[in-house]
Design a protein around this ligand. Structure first.
Ligand code: MIC
Ligand code: SF4
Length: 645
């Protein structure tokens, strides 16, 4: 039997299930990562499971999201994560060491292994040939405890890369082209594998830019083969010993194939407010801009930063533009400093930020009212930048740097000769900002520090059999977790304080929602297709659960979000006929008879609109395991009940 790259890794890590597309498989997880905005919850949940020491080959806790520390809240979270990590066998990447995905790629990811992370861009490690998934914090906690990670066996998509990129055309343009072809739902239920002669022309960090934004396709994950380029990258990181070759079998079967012709590819731009709203840069050239932000887990490698520095060298950032640059890791930052490229960046007038997510998650650098911002990031969802009427465009580092100088959007291929970037044979390696866990004998005596902002996790309750509830909110297609549970400088500090966080739930769509939900004691939400796309933040389920949301009915759901809803005991259901979405209006009184019975053993249930008299058939697409979780009122209750058996 012939296998794709992903199928080979899945087969090696299969704990139960069969590998037929669409059926549930349980995977053994080698490595986990968390970041601080989701990490506090993940570790609170890990502690609640009562396991002394992680059972993975490697678990790392990164601090990279909440680094503004405008109050004590973030610093308290950092200290909690540092102390809980020390006690339970987890490495701790200190604030300043870099963005989780960049550091993990440099220091820990390995071809052929499995990784889950409480961040949707964990598939970045697919650039090195690792099978890496974004997951809710609770799923990461379970994996740290040695439990399986469950996925629906995905379809396999192959993207053939033909030829070689022209100067000033970038890996970012490849993934923008894939997004143009497939759209933000095109990867749902699929793993995207890259193949073809173009693969060998791309370095590991360039491959990682592509797998990183596979999250924006809705893909389960994305992966590149592991080849001699992978080997050279690992050797430059002093980790040559973990290299292994990895490729799909020649006659492996793919469900769909796409091609990107690198020879003819031109710079692209994702326009507001969706990463798949892609247009050629040449069409937008000359557009006046106010801000440029370079960095994020998509484009902050040494190669990207050296390219930016070379374009900025000897120039000045345009007077109407503010340029921020955040290197992805301490390793990158240090090497930029040592080779002098940082001096070129500073001299040009860039505002250099620490190695962290920064503006990507709205931690500062919100654009001016109605401002136009070019960003090398991966998401341009409405209001994510912190300014609701800002226009955010996603671009390559080359385009970003050239435009920052010009004050208008520039198609970089019009610039003439591209700078030659020399990559070093060895990276500057130091893990001095990664704290090692305590010895198992010393661990029990260590205390975990908890600041006052860290509140208990609300408990889930089992579903009632007959549900009477109001349609408390009705939203459209492609609702992101940034709509459901916004982030940014004002809100992120409360990630471990659910009652406070709930004041911001859905306020991008409807400022009255939190108050209404509390007054009504919750209700049902109806959404369109791809409900919950984007981030892995489980707060987008945990907070609605706290506000009393019992069920979400949508045309379709995004993978990580639907898993989070189930983890927190909210019942996800889809319309049997999508047109029935129209039969329900906000404020209607809804009724479902025998909901608990349906969760126990049925695949359909009838939703009755008591206000209008109409009704619709709903589908429950749940595995036996998911049914048990929902009946228990969520994964924490379920895990506890099972461990007491
Ligand atoms: C994001 O890019 O949206 C985040 C912030 O990294 C999230 C995680 C979070 O909300 O904490 C993600 O991508 O999962
Ligand atoms: Fe951080 Fe942005 Fe990457 Fe999310 S997408 S991990 S916020 S840099």
């Amino acid at each position: 039997m012939a296998y794709t790259i992903a199928q080979k890794i899945i087969k090696d890590h299969l704990l139960s299930g069969d590998m037929t597309t669409g059926s549930e498989v349980a995977l053994r997880i080698d490595q986990t990562l968390t970041q601080d905005a989701t990490g506090t919850m993940a570790y609170l949940q890990f502690e609640a499971m009562g396991i002394e020491r992680v059972k993975t080959e490697l678990s790392v806790a990164y601090i990279d999201h909440n680094t503004l520390q405008a109050g004590f809240e973030n610093a308290d979270d950092h200290r909690y994560i540092q102390t809980v990590a020390k006690k339970h066998g987890i490495r701790f990447s200190r604030p300043g060491n870099g963005i989780c995905h960049q550091v993990h790629l440099e220091r820990f990811a390995r071809p052929g292994g499995t990784l889950i992370g409480s961040d949707s861009h964990t598939p970045t490690a697919g650039g090195i040939g690792m099978l890496a998934f974004g997951a809710g914090g609770l799923d990461v906690a379970v994996a740290m405890g040695g439990g399986a990670y469950y996925i629906t066996m995905p379809r396999m998509i192959r993207v053939n890369l033909k030829g070689k990129l022209r100067p000033f055309v970038s890996a970012k343009d490849i993934i923008l082209e894939v997004l143009r072809q497939l759209g933000v739902k095109g990867g749902v239920g699929a793993i995207v594998e890259y193949a073809g002669e173009g693969v060998a022309t791309l370095s590991v960090p360039e491959r990682a830019t592509i797998t990183n934004m596979g999250a924006e396709l809705g893909a389960t994950t994305s992966i590149f083969p592991s080849d001699l380029t992978t080997k050279a990258f690992l050797e430059a990181e002093d980790r040559g010993d973990v290299w292994q070759p990895l490729a799909s079998d020649e006659d492996a079967v793919y469900d769909a194939e796409y091609t990107v012709d690198l020879d003819t590819l031109s710079p692209l731009v994702a326009c507001p407010h969706s990463p798949d709203n892609v247009k050629p840069a040449s069409e937008l050239a000359g557009m006046k801009i106010d801000q440029v932000c370079i960095g994020s887990c998509t484009n902050s490698s040494l190669r990207d930063m050296l390219t930016v520095a070379a374009i900025l060298k000897g120039k000045t950032v345009h007077p109407d533009v503010s340029l921020s640059i955040s290197p992805g890791s301490k390793q990158v930052f240090n090497m930029l400093a040592e080779c002098g490229a940082l001096a070129d960046i500073i001299a040009a007038g860039a505002r250099v930020l620490e190695c962290a997510c920064g503006p990507c998650i709205g931690m500062g650098f919100s654009p001016k009212s109605g401002g136009v911002s070019l960003r090398t990031f991966n998401r341009n969802f409405l209001a994510r930048s912190g300014t609701k009427d800002a226009e955010v465009y996603l671009v390559s580092p080359e385009l970003a740097a050239a435009s920052a100088i010009a004050g208008v959007l520039v198609d970089p291929t019009t610039l003439g000769e591209a700078p030659k970037i020399e990559m070093p044979k060895k990276f500057k390696i130091s893990d001095n900002m990664i704290d090692l866990p305590a010895d198992p004998e010393d661990a029990p005596s260590l205390t975990v520090e908890r600041g006052p902002n860290i509140k208990a996790i609300p408990k889930g309750t089992p579903p009632e059999n007959d549900l009477s509830a109001r349609l408390i909110l009705k939203v459209g297609d492609n609702i992101t977790t940034d709509h459901i549970m916004p982030a940014g400088a004002k809100i992120l500090p409360y990630r471990s304080n659910v009652p406070k966080l709930s004041e911001f739930c859905f306020t991008v769509c409807d400022p009255e929602f939190p108050e209404r939900a509390l007054k009504e004691g919750g209700g049902i939400i109806i959404g369109g297709s791809n409900y919950g796309q984007g981030s892995s933040r489980e707060h987008a389920a945990l907070v609605p659960q706290y506000l009393g949301i019992k069920a979400v009915i949508a045309k379709s759901f995004a993978r990580i979000h639907v898993a989070n809803l189930i983890n927190f005991g909210i019942i996800p259901m889809t319309f049997f006929s999508e047109d029935d979405y129209e039969l329900f209006g906000e404020g209607d009184e809804l009724y479902i008879e025998g909901l608990r019975d349906a969760v126990t053993s049925k695949n359909t249930v009838t939703l009755i609109n008591r206000t209008t008299g109409s009704s619709a058939a709903l589908t429950l697409n749940l595995t036996a395991r998911q049914r048990e979780i929902l009946l228990a009122g969520g994964t924490l209750n379920y895990t506890k009940a099972n461990s007491n058996r």
